[in-house]
Design a protein. Structure first.
Length: 149
């Protein structure tokens, strides 16, 4: 499976990416779980951990941008914000392609995986609540690249 979802009771959803996308079903499963979150009609935030992912075919960037476009048509946006832990330049380029085609539905905080940010990334990955994550973001604003809607 390309993306593993981890849910808790505190509006925080963590997604850990593994390797690359092997089949279209991997991508569709990722999108379907996102849609299921919207169907609960409860607000949530994401932490996307890309540290274990490999290069993804840019075709999926196009599909992701289309999905974001579809989400933007919804009357209510349940996604509060997202944090994306960026593994390397290749992942950053893929994100630039996605957000170049379609802006996100909610603010996105990008944090680069480097020695300087290692402790902060560990703190983010181990965060257990949405409020705790908000505090981390507020206290470390200078470390993140913010992509707004």
């Amino acid at each position: 499976m390309w993306a593993d979802y981890y849910y808790n009771q505190n509006e925080l959803v963590k997604i850990k990416f593994n390797n690359g996308i092997n089949t279209r079903d991997d991508f569709d499963n990722f999108i379907n779980k996102w849609k299921e979150l919207y169907e609960t009609k409860k607000h949530f935030s994401y932490i996307f951990n890309t540290l274990n992912t490999s290069l993804v075919n840019p075709y999926y960037c196009y599909l992701m941008a289309n999905f974001i476009s579809d989400l933007k048509k919804k009357e209510i946006q349940y996604l509060n914000f997202s944090v994306i832990i960026v593994k390397n330049l290749a992942v950053r380029i893929l994100l630039n392609i996605i957000f170049g085609i379609q802006k996100p539905v909610a603010p996105v905080y990008l944090i680069e995986n480097n020695n300087k940010n290692e402790l902060l990334i560990n703190e983010i990955v181990n965060t257990i609540s949405n409020n705790e994550l908000k505090n981390i973001l507020e206290n470390n604003r200078d470390v993140f690249t913010i992509i707004n809607i």
